[in-house]
Ligand binder design. Structure first.
Ligand code: 2HG
Ligand code: ZN
Length: 483
């Protein structure tokens, strides 16, 4: 589990199991039955041992629960959920706890009397043998992105999802949030990688849609529905992932550039010359200066207001094609390039999240948004200025997946009473440009109050109807996605 970010502001009552646990009918009996199912050692109730499961990565969201359950199999999850249903217990599923919107920790309040259990997938890490011909692999929900990719790599394939938190982020987590990540521009989001799913429904039944068939059109796309459902519809226990053929060779280039538009143009030119864009990231001098101050190598000798990282592959001599591309690029100040995977060149980009977390005196306000690519440059300008007003001063650091129109808006040193105002301001800019308030991190607890900005009334009502049908008692991840 990753360490939480900087010391958080406690936005709810105390961390840990509720002191008033005695007032929860059926809790003692539930805990004893859960111990019977998974073994004593895997029903954690000690406050110190539970602490890491009850605070999210950003340090902004702290929850309370009566126990953390660590099952090993789908069958154990199913039996545990049946027991929880008996006493109307709330269930929060948790993978690597690397989410950035508070969706992976339980609620902070204990208003009701229902018991509350965190189901951690930490022990569910099995990865099946890869189906090399069908190019897919079945994994348990707790398998990490890194482990899945390593297993695929051993047979010459790759996992289509990749992200900086790869060593902790899990299959269940990336599916529950429909994670994007750095390969989205090339491979699509997590939903595009999901062929099949196994999940435990709110009443304990096991839902299994598991087929590697390329064509299988029988009814609703339930794996697609559960992908991105943020733990509100079922507990995901296993996933059948599509695997991809990695490029034979790639080149990673980082260029210091004058304008956001130069990055957009570079990506377009690369594609029009027959290069395949494997990744395209944008950073600013504010972000690069911050990571450099924390010991990371500056990517280029000369600095610029913006930096674009481009990873390309293609037929023929990719290196020469990349050099040619950069030589003809507009607004170019300086550039370096290395053969992929070029982890060191990626380092400055991938260090952003951790470094930003360590550099803010208050938990970072993280707003993951997307806008149409044509509006990117203007939106970057407007977002860069959100902290300029005296009533809500803050330090913005913007970076993101430029090819997807996805900007990670990180606001540092935000006084706690200005969080909502700044969020309103950022989302105001985004919606005015026809963008989305959540590009890839989900809604979680952090953005529930703004969901109406992203979906129309009939759309929200349809989502609520689905939630009501699958979880009529509202026990699965309460407070996430819906108020
Ligand atoms: C990334 O792209 C992640 O590195 C995290 O989505 C973004 O820290 C963030 O805001
Ligand atoms: Zn991202």
């Amino acid at each position: 589990m990753p360490s939480p970010g900087p010391d958080g502001i406690d936005i709810g009552p105390g961390l840990g199991p509720a002191a008033d646990a005695g007032r929860r009918p059926g809790l003692d009996r539930l805990l004893s039955r859960l111990r019977h199912i998974v073994g004593d050692a895997h029903v954690v109730t000690d406050p110190d041992a539970m602490a890491g499961f009850l605070i999210d990565w950003t340090g902004r969201h702290r929850g309370q629960a009566d126990a953390v359950l660590r099952p090993r199999t789908t069958d154990e999850v199913s039996r545990a959920v049946v027991e929880c249903a008996e006493v109307d217990a709330e269930i929060c599923a948790q993978g690597g706890n690397t989410g950035l919107v508070g969706g992976s920790v339980p609620p902070s309040d204990r208003a009701g009397s229902r018991p509350r259990i965190v189901i951690s997938t930490a022990r569910m890490t099995d990865i099946d043998d890869v189906d090399v011909i069908g190019r897919c692999v079945g994994v348990q929900a707790g398998a990490t992105v890194e482990a899945i990719d390593a297993r695929a790599g051993a047979v010459g394939l790759a996992f289509g999802v990749d992200l900086a938190s790869r060593h902790s982020a899990t299959a269940g987590g990336v599916v529950a949030t429909n994670a994007g990540g750095i390969r989205m521009i090339r491979r699509g989001n997590t939903r595009a990688q999901v062929l099949g799913i196994e999940a435990v429904l709110a009443d304990g039944r096991i839902l299994r849609r598991w087929t590697s068939l390329v064509k299988d059109n029988v009814g609703y796309d339930l794996p697609g529905l559960l992908t991105g459902s943020e733990g509100t519809l079922a507990v995901i226990t296993r996933v059948l992932f599509r695997l991809v053929v990695p490029p034979r060779a790639s080149i990673v280039a980082v260029a210091a550039i004058d304008r956001v538009a130069d990055a957009v143009e570079l990506i377009g030119t690369a594609a029009s010359r027959g290069l395949t864009v494997e990744a395209a990231e944008l950073m600013t001098e504010a972000g690069i200066a911050l990571v450099a101050a924390h010991g990371h190598r500056r990517p280029t000798a000369a600095s610029g207001p913006f930096y674009v990282l481009l990873e390309v592959s293609g037929p023929g001599d990719v290196e020469s094609a990349a050099v040619e591309l950069l030589q003809g690029a507009g607004g170019l100040i300086d550039a370096v390039l290395e053969p992929g995977p070029a982890r060191a060149l990626w380092g400055a980009r991938e260090a952003h999240t951790e470094t930003i977390a360590r550099s803010s005196v208050t938990p970072v306000v993280k707003l993951d948004i997307s806008v149409p690519i044509r509006a990117l440059a203007e939106v970057f300008d407007e977002l860069g200025a959100v902290g300029d007003r005296n009533d809500s001063p803050c330090r913005p650091v913007l970076f993101g997946h430029v090819g997807d129109g996805n900007i990670h808006v990180n606001l540092l040193d935000v006084p706690p009473d200005r969080v909502d105002d700044l969020t309103d301001r950022v989302f105001g800019i985004v919606t005015a440009h026809g963008g989305s308030i959540s590009a890839e991190h989900g809604i979680g607890r952090a953005k529930v109050a703004w969901t109406h900005l992203g979906r129309e009334a009939a759309d929200l009502a349809t989502m609520r109807a689905i939630k009501g049908a699958l979880d009529p008692r509202g026990v699965l991840n309460p407070g996430v996605l819906f108020a």
